[in-house]
Design a binder for this molecule. Structure first.
Ligand code: ATP
Length: 368
């Protein structure tokens, strides 16, 4: 049977903070909720779980109103960051505490690959093991919906990636509504069937991760999901294609439905900005500039470029072989192409953009 978790005009207010109104439906799917610290992710989960009550609106599970129901009767299970296991009990005892039978404990142990650590005390488990035991214990209650609050937040990078890859099929196989909260964009996109991006108590966009990344609804979403290149421009022409005026340069874009003179934003992800050579000098969307900063991210290089005559900075992402071939140094001249089809235009409905790049969790080291 299909399960549905639904929010209907849902609002929760604290002094100086308002979450909502949220209207949102989660079916048998994993909804990742992505947003910076303090945007209201935990408050959202806590209200579904019944730990805090909304000021307006309601939450329903399969049509049943959860508002006002005590947490233990809701059929939802909240798994917090640290798993909250009983430290002095073994992993087996922790799972058995919630399970109906020892057979169920064994089955869950197999699914979550914790057979080998069942007799270990919870306080001696590693972070990754603790998470899996906590998840097994939650699943033992046969929840009608599962709420996960940054379950991988305290793990180091390799195990985080492995668990992330393992969690995805496991969560999908449960066929219940799952809300997965994180502030890590990689985790959110890897785990979620759909992605909700939040800022300051409001949901900016809900869609498939692919769609959110390709067509961010607001400058905030673009910026928070890694499109560092988010710029303000004005519509200069709409004849054959949408032409923007950006710092007195004309940029051709694939947008439609805009009017000449309208203020808009346009964005392009750093990995879609291409370096190009002399032969492209007269083509549309080709810019010359100087390299101002280079950052090695482990897998890629991020290179900042100040286009001639502009205050804006374009960031490009280069794979190590390409970076090495170009042999870039600070202040080098460079020519880049903002490919028309890689540009996404955002209307100015949500103009109060702030850069979210500082919030992103990337291991960076400046290239010397
Ligand atoms: P993080 O990623 O840091 O956990 P979050 O997105 O989960 O953040 P919340 O914990 O939901 O954010 O908090 C949202 C806002 O509500 C914050 O400004 C927080 O200070 C405030 N807040 C949360 N709980 C309470 C409370 N019980 N009383 C007053 N304010 C609260």
């Amino acid at each position: 049977m299909g399960m549905t978790l639904a929010f209907d005009g849902f609002v929760k207010t604290y002094e100086g903070f308002e979450l909502g109104p949220i209207d949102l439906t989660v079916k048998n799917e994993v909804l990742s909720v992505l947003g910076p610290s303090g945007c209201g992710k935990t408050t959202l989960l806590s209200t579904i779980a019944g730990i805090v009550s909304p000021d307006a609106g309601r939450v329903t599970l399969n049509g049943r109103d959860l508002t006002g129901q005590p947490p233990e009767e809701r059929g939802t299970v909240l798994v917090f960051q640290d798993g909250a296991l009983f430290p002095h009990m073994t992993a087996r005892e922790n799972v058995a505490y919630a399970a109906e039978s020892m057979k169920q404990v064994e089955e869950l142990a197999t699914t979550l690959e914790i057979e080998g650590i069942l007799d270990q005390r919870a306080d001696t488990l590693s972070g990754g093991e603790r998470q899996r035991v906590a998840l097994a214990r939650s699943l033992a209650t046969d929840p009608a919906a599962l709420l996960l609050d940054e379950p991988l937040a305290n793990l180091d990078a390799p195990i985080k990636r492995r668990l992330r890859d393992e969690l995805r099929p496991l969560l999908s196989s449960l066929s219940i509504p799952i809300v997965y909260v994180t502030h890590d964009q990689h985790e959110a996109t890897a785990i979620g069937d759909r992605l909700a991006v939040m800022e300051d108590g409001t949901v900016h966009q809900i869609d498939t991760p692919k769609e959110v990344f390709a067509h961010p609804a607001t400058p905030f979403v673009a910026s928070f999901t890694g499109s560092i290149n988010v710029f303000q421009a004005q519509v200069a022409g709409t004849d054959t294609s949408l032409v923007l005026d950006w710092n007195d340069r004309q940029i051709e874009t694939p947008g439609y439905g805009h009017e000449v003179g309208e203020d808009v934003w346009f964005c392009i992800r750093p990995e879609y900005v291409a370096t190009t050579d002399d032969s492209a000098a007269d083509e549309a969307n080709v810019l010359d500039g100087n390299v101002t900063r280079r950052v090695f991210e482990g897998d890629d290089y991020l290179v900042d470029i100040a286009p001639d005559g502009m205050d804006d900075v374009i960031r490009i992402k280069l794979s190590p072989p390409v970076y090495d071939r170009l042999g870039l140094a600070d202040q080098d001249r460079i020519r880049v192409l903002l490919a028309k089809e890689a540009i996404h235009v955002i209307g100015d409905r949500n103009g109060d953009h702030e850069s979210a790049s500082d919030e992103m969790t990337t291991v960076q080291s400046e290239v010397q």
